[in-house]
Design a protein around this ligand. Structure first.
Ligand code: ADP
Ligand code: ZN
Length: 446
């Protein structure tokens, strides 16, 4: 296999791995094109699905002559992965596959993905680059509270952490009291989990009389679900840490497709491995950098299961300005919304993240909330937003509570244009999550 495509994880390459963040744009595009050419040829030769799709479009690998031709390739949707369940898109013999992962999939069968040893090395390298961009180093102790198993969070951070040489504590999600105890006893300096689970850990720590601000934790590695800037502020303040974004999805590998740098101003994409495009989700036409649309990825060096133009359903834009950190790999605006989570209320499109930002803008609210959608007998939809107040702001005085309700409702209306019924609930009543939070409960009968 091409040396470009078989990364070596020895110490000597650890520094050169991060150099990939700082190539000239010309060199980067050259590498991207070389890899894309190989990837398209590999998919055509070894995947009946890609071959059929390309034939239907009268495309041969030789018709893709540069990165600018990529748009000619067919798009891949989650439905394709469902239809080809379980191994339909595998493009190497099973004896080359060393691991499979699966994403839960809300309905029916999960999505299955496969990795060769080299694929896993690319993924681990991307997590190494993520951790380095947060300033994590070999003396750090990383408590990895992402779930282990078919979900990619746990093993993704685990392999990357080990490849960098930090001390990994593979605690997985759950058992929150023990999380707090180990953070304290092991001198943990870096924590990785979903932002919603970290909130739960913070509450539990408080209950146990442990102030995370007094522990040596300096970095949080948060992702797997959208989280607002308001949420980041709350977390950073309460734990006295820097809370960084890590982005990824099972279909491409898992966490480490992109990561923030110390400027926290957008998520750098490791685009020498994961080539991003933005398309208009309606017309499917490619959009230029700077315009908002659906994010599409092409894996440039994943052999077990190439993903060429995979539609993520995540909405963002690629940023056009240079980052002060000097990285030349492009940034995307942090993912605040995915098309699947959008709900339509009385004709208005709403994303849970907008509601989160609105209610956290009100002083006194706690970052625990749930959105319940119901349908009236006549067919009109209603939105109820259940939100907790901070214990110190929770009062049994009706006037105080009504004041909060008015403020929150007003803010939600200002941000989204919808009228939501706000219910204030006692601290601790909204179910806590140990992984991805379930923010929307849709009780509408379709
Ligand atoms: P599922 O699609 O079942 O949730 P995954 O675990 O593969 O399975 O989740 C990937 C999705 O999670 C992404 O497409 C994106 O919507 C969301 N996600 C992952 N990381 C982030 C992040 N840092 N910010 C916002 N959303 C994220
Ligand atoms: Zn940067």
């Amino acid at each position: 296999m091409n040396a470009l495509l078989t990364p070596d994880l020895s110490q000597t390459t650890l520094n050169s791995v991060t150099n990939l963040d700082f190539l000239t744009r010309e060199r980067l595009r050259e590498i991207q094109w070389k890899k894309l050419d190989i990837m398209v040829r590999h998919a055509y030769a070894n995947s009946p699905w890609y071959r059929e799709q390309m034939k239907a479009k009268k495309l041969l690998p030789g018709d893709i002559r540069s990165l600018d031709d990529l748009y000619k390739m067919p798009l891949v949707t989650k439905q394709v992965l469902r239809d080809t369940y379980p191994f339909g898109l595998f493009s190497v013999p099973l004896d080359k596959i060393v691991r499979m992962h699966a994403s839960s999939g809300t309905t029916g069968k999960p999505i299955v993905v496969a990795h060769t040893r080299e694929d896993l090395a690319v993924w681990a390298q991307s997590v190494v680059r993520s951790l380095k961009s947060y300033g994590v180093h070999q003396n750090d102790v990383l408590q990895n509270a992402y779930g282990y198993g078919l979900f990619t969070g746990g093993l993704g951070l685990h392999d990357g952490g080990q490849a960098l040489g930090v001390t990994v504590v593979p605690i997985s999600g759950g058992n929150t009291e023990r999380q707090v105890m180990l953070m304290r006893d092991f001198g943990v300096t870096v924590v990785s989990c979903t932002p919603s689970y970290f909130l739960h850990i913070l509450d539990k720590a408080e209950e146990m009389g442990t102030d995370l601000r007094e522990l040596p934790i300096r970095v949080g590695v948060f992702g797997a679900e959208p989280w607002s800037e308001e949420m980041r502020e709350r977390i950073e303040e309460r734990a006295a840490i820097k809370a960084y974004d890590i982005y990824g999805l099972t279909e491409i590998c898992g966490p480490g497709v992109g990561a923030e740098c110390s400027h926290q101003n957008g998520t750098h994409i490791f685009e020498d491995h994961f080539y991003p495009e933005i398309i208009d989700p309606e017309t499917l036409e490619p959009l230029p950098d700077g315009q908002e649309g659906e994010l599409v990825f092409t894996t440039l060096d994943r052999f077990a299961m190439p993903m060429i133009r995979y539609r993520t359903r995540d909405i963002t834009c690629l940023m056009t300005d240079e980052c002060p950190c000097g990285r030349t790999i492009r940034r995307m605006r942090r993912i605040a919304a995915r098309t699947d989570d959008m709900f339509i209320i009385r004709g208005v499109n709403v994303f849970p993240g907008q509601i989160e930002a609105a209610l956290l803008a009100v002083e006194g609210t706690a970052p625990h909330y749930q959105i319940i959608l119901t349908r009236q007998f006549g067919g009109l939809d209603d939105v109820e937003v259940r939100v907790e107040l901070k214990p110190e702001d929770f009062s049994d005085k009706i006037g105080v509570l009504e004041g909060f309700q008015r403020k929150i409702s007003h803010e939600i209306h200002r941000v989204t244009g919808i009228h939501a019924n706000v219910t204030l609930v006692a601290p601790g009543t909204i179910p806590r999550s140990e992984g991805k939070a379930k923010r929307v409960i849709d009780q509408r009968v379709i």
